[in-house]
Ligand binder design. Sequence first.
Ligand SMILES: NC(=O)c1ccc[n+]([C@@H]2O[C@H](COP(=O)([O-])OP(=O)(O)OC[C@H]3O[C@@H](n4cnc5c(N)ncnc54)[C@H](OP(=O)(O)O)[C@@H]3O)[C@@H](O)[C@H]2O)c1
Length: 293
Amino acid sequence: MNSAQHSVTVMGLGPMGRAMAAALLDRGYAVTVWNRTASRADGLVARGAALAPSPAEAVAANEVVILSLTDYAAVRAVLEPAAPALDGRALLNLTSATPEEARAGADWAAGHGAVQLTGGVNSSPTGIGQPESYTFYSGPREAFDRHRPVLEALTGRVDHQGEDPGLAALHYQIGMVMFWTSLLGYWQAVALARANGMTAADILPSVVETADSLSETFAFYAERIDAGVHLGDVDRLAMGLASADHVLRTNADAGVDTALPAAVVALFRRGVEAGRGADSCSALVELLAKPGK
Ligand SMILES: NC(=O)c1ccc[n+]([C@@H]2O[C@H](COP(=O)([O-])OP(=O)(O)OC[C@H]3O[C@@H](n4cnc5c(N)ncnc54)[C@H](OP(=O)(O)O)[C@@H]3O)[C@@H](O)[C@H]2O)c1
């Protein structure tokens, strides 16, 4: 095993894993790679990475093993045959997962003598290796401190959320709630624009303005939500329902898919039917937090 701080294994060479291995090569690390589809390693091997012939040999090569796989089922599929080689390894698991999966993964690794640091990467592959990009980590603080140079080679900013290996996954998934629903909203807007003869470029200025205005909106609501205040002095849920219905009917009239706007209307309607019509739209948080009530 190579325990030098400048020698790392990367397993999983999708867009993320390839970007990570490349960033480490850029910084002079000796990098061993493994991928189920070996040909994805070609560009990295041409730059000096060593291609391990099996997961066990990839794990055996270095103390630090970065995992960038689709999900934890893939992590298990890859690591189980390599389990005897795991003793003494630090697994930097940057694979997306639920908090429970991350905790179970850390337990499984510990059972084989390895330490897992869970990571949630808040960057696209193009941000890997950049100083401003950011990753949540959780798991043993000692491992975080020990391997910080490698972590900072991947994303310039790193943050240790706590010892619980599920915490990084939790923070990451909170971000992903925002990310996927926002992107879906954007794609719906583009579909509606296209149905009306406009392009994505045509609406870019207005969608960016809407997105930019959200930061201020979040800050306004955060204070009131934490205080349990849902005053309808600025916005009322009944108004929100009427507005969401306009969105739904505009999409329907244009012949655009209505699954997303209909889901939004359904949530607003539940709020009004629960008697919160005169409260702020933020009262929906109470409904979402307790979906049975
Ligand atoms: N891409 C992004 O913008 C982004 C941003 C933030 C976080 N992430 C997270 O980072 C992780 C990696 O992202 P990615 O875009 O590189 O993912 P990806 O395109 O899904 O590729 C990940 C790797 O997983 C491997 N894999 C999948 N199932 C496998 C199995 N059963 N056995 C062995 N290998 C398996 C693939 O191998 P093959 O090459 O053989 O198919 C590939 O190397 C994911 O958890 C993702 O959610 C991605």
